[in-house]
Structures are given as C-alpha cells and as structure tokens.
Design a protein around this ligand. Structure first.
Ligand code: ATP
Ligand code: MG
Ligand code: MG
Length: 373
C-alpha cells in the first residue's frame, strides 16, 4: 500500500514517519493532538482518542496498512484497525506484549528463558516469592508501565508496604537479576516470514530509564548467536510482522534472560539511523509493507547513543543546541519536538559514530556534558 497508518504520536512514530515519507509513503498519524511529535512530521493526522471507535474507523479507512509505535494502545483499537487494513503488529501480539505476565508466560511456555516471575497482589504473595527467589524483589504493574514507571524495588520485607497495592490488583514480582550487562536485539520479520536481526546493542540504564546504548556490544560471537536465535524464536512464537526489540539481561556466566519485548522500533535502536545500512525505522516500514528486508548490519566500526531527558532542560528555556552543534559537529542531534520538558521525559537523543565504542561513547557523553555546562 502507499498510505501507512501509525497509531500513536510519540518520538517512535515521528522517526518512523520521517523514514516512511523518505521512502515515498504517505503517513497518517492517529493520536490525541496535532502537537504530538509524530503529528508534526506526518503527511496527515487524525486527532482523536485512541479508544474512540468512530475516530479509529475514520483513521483506519485512510490506510493501506497500519502499525503502532507504543504498546500501551488498546488492543481493541488494533483489532478494529485490522477490519479495515492489514495491521502489524496484530492485536494478538499487542495483547501479549502489553501485559508483562502474559508476555513472560508466553515465552516461558515456548522454552525461552525469562526473568523468574509471579503474579502478586500483596504482602503474602511477595513473601512467598522472596522465600523462593530471595531479596531484592522487583514489583511492577503488569500493564501500562514504561520508562520504569510503576516499578518498585523491594530490598526486604520492610519495603512491601511502599508498593501502592490499592492502585491495581495486577502486579508482577520479578527476581532482581544481578546482570553483568544489559543488551537488546532488534529482529525484523516480514509478512513473508523473512527474518533479519540487527547486531545486538549494549544498554546502560539509569533509574530504570535507558541512558546510553553502544554497538557493537560486549557480546562474544557465541553470545551474539544465542541472542539472534532467541530473538528469531521470540518473533516466531508471537507470529510477529514488523520489528521486535528483545531486551536481555546477561549474567556473569553468559546466561541470557529475556527482560521484556517491544513489538515496535525501540529506543536502543536509535543509533541504527546513523550506524546501519538500514535503520530500524526503515526496516519496520519494509516489514509491514511486505518489501524485502534491508541490510541491518553496521556500516561503521562503532556507534553510541545518549538520551536527552527533560532533566537537562534549564528552567529558563531550551538548552543551547547551537552551542552543542558547534562544539561537536560530528554528533547527530535528534529532538522530538516536545514542548513540555519534564524530569525523566525523553526529549531527544545524540548519536555518534567512531572507530571504536569507547570513542563513540565519549563523543556522545562529552556532547551531552557540553550542553549541561
Ligand atoms: P521500557 O519499556 O522503557 O524499557 P519498562 O518500564 O518497561 O521500560 P523494564 O524494561 O521492565 O521497564 O525495566 C527497566 C530497567 O529496570 C531494566 O532495563 C533494568 O535496568 C531494570 N530492571 C527491570 N527489571 C529488573 C529485574 N528483574 N532485575 C534487574 N533489573 C531490572
Ligand atoms: Mg517496557
Ligand atoms: Mg524495558
């Protein structure tokens, strides 16, 4: 089809729209306001509530194929979209990926290693989970969390009451994994069943929010092969069409556990725009439009990405990005067009490519520091 529908107006939809329009598609974004990051760059926007079926139908009728950029979209919205145009990921995939309990159980049932978990509703369940797996325990809302929202780290029994249990009865407890590092791997799968993986990324989180990503990762060739097999199997288990990011905990002995998956482009894949022959956004377009997949391999020796959170925005106006671009002319600045910076909110990112991971990392970090000073 020549018109792609995008449900959701955030930065992932924005970068998707930039890639898709460059490739000659029209993009219709469906989101809550014309101000949203993706709406600013789309061909057209349908403004409405994502759970308003009249608005969903008005949007879906304009599209030849439909995708999404955020997994917390009502699954019913995607089901309804699917009545009008091929919709990837399907509402089935979405329903799985938007509930941590269903997602982990699906992968566990398929024989893929996931972080040990259990459904919990309060003190007694957490205590029996801790008796089996030990402290600390991480308690998360099973649904609608992102960027670490809704997560509570419980170091011991005395922390149990710090969880706002009354807010929902749908919580998951996870064993707190002492990982050596975190990695992610993005796999693309087309409607024809073609599968290709990006090289794994190495991720560093601060306060449960992604801070920096580098590629190549520290993973050995053997671990890369494990990650590729795991991601391929995950995409097949879900019968996914599009891109899927698999977030991994890698422990000291090289064991890889799935933390979570996202059936869409992912923050850790932003560096693919500058660093790979095909970006994650182009690959997603190709997968959902039924084109042959592009080459996801690196076209540079190394790359690094650093997120720019609202914390960096001074109170008296936007940061002096012109200063940054003068100081670091080889670092790519991406801003998402968000007008209200908040602590912890993703406002943009920086990407550098270099001859080594160390050099690329230093370039984005020093560029980010230039800005802060
Ligand atoms: P996003 O979707 O933005 O990645 P999220 O809110 O879905 O965020 P998670 O990916 O579950 O959050 O967790 C965010 C980060 O918190 C992880 O990448 C990891 O650094 C830490 N974390 C989460 N769960 C665990 C765990 N069981 N053990 C150790 N660290 C964890
Ligand atoms: Mg998540
Ligand atoms: Mg995550």
């Amino acid at each position: 089809g020549s018109t792609i529908g995008m449900v959701g107006g955030g930065q992932l939809g924005r970068m998707f729209s930039v890639a898709a329009t460059r490739m000659g598609y029209d993009v219709v974004v469906f989101c809550a306001s014309n101000d949203e990051p993706a709406a600013q760059v789309s061909t057209r926007t349908v403004v409405g509530r994502l759970d308003d079926s009249q608005a969903v139908i008005e949007f879906a009728r304009q599209c030849d194929v439909i995708s999404l950029e955020f997994e917390n979209i009502p699954a019913e919205t995607m089901r309804l979209c699917g009545e009008h145009a091929p919709t990837y990921p399907s509402h089935h995939v979405l329903a799985t990926a938007q509930d941590r309990l269903i997602e982990k159980q699906t992968f566990a049932d398929a024989g893929l290693a996931v972080t040990p978990f259990a459904r919990v509703t309060g003190r007694d369940c957490v205590q029996s989970f801790a008796a089996e797996h030990g402290w600390p325990v991480i308690v998360k809302t099973a649904r609608s969390g992102y960027d670490g929202k809704g997560q509570h780290r419980l170091d011991d029994e005395s922390d149990i009451d710090s969880v706002p249990w009354q807010e929902t009865d749908h919580w998951i407890a996870e064993k707190c994994i002492e990982f050596q590092a975190e990695a992610s791997i993005i796999v693309a799968r087309s409607a024809h069943g073609e599968v290709r993986c990006f090289p794994p990324f190495e991720n560093h989180h601060v306060n449960h929010i992604l801070d920096t990503t580098v590629c190549p990762s520290f993973l050995s060739p053997e671990l890369i092969e494990n990650a590729v097999n795991l991601a391929t199997k995950a995409a097949e288990v879900l019968d996914l069409v599009g891109v899927l990011c698999v977030e991994l905990f890698v422990t000291a002995d090289g064991t890889m556990l799935i933390n979570e998956v996202a059936p869409r482009p992912h923050n850790s894949g932003h560096l693919t725009i500058e660093a790979c022959h095909t970006s994650q956004f182009e690959q997603h377009v190709r997968a959902v439009c039924g084109m042959p997949l592009g080459d996801p391999s690196l076209r540079v020796a190394a790359a690094a990405m650093a997120n720019l959170l609202g914390d960096l925005w001074p109170n008296d106006g936007p940061p002096a990005w012109d200063q940054l671009q003068r100081a670091q002319p080889t670092v790519a600045l991406h801003l998402y067009g968000k007008r209200d910076p908040k602590v912890g909110r993703k406002m943009g990112h920086l990407t550098a490519t270099a001859d080594s991971v160390e050099a690329a990392r230093e370039a984005v970090l020093s560029a980010r520091r230039t800005q802060v000073n």
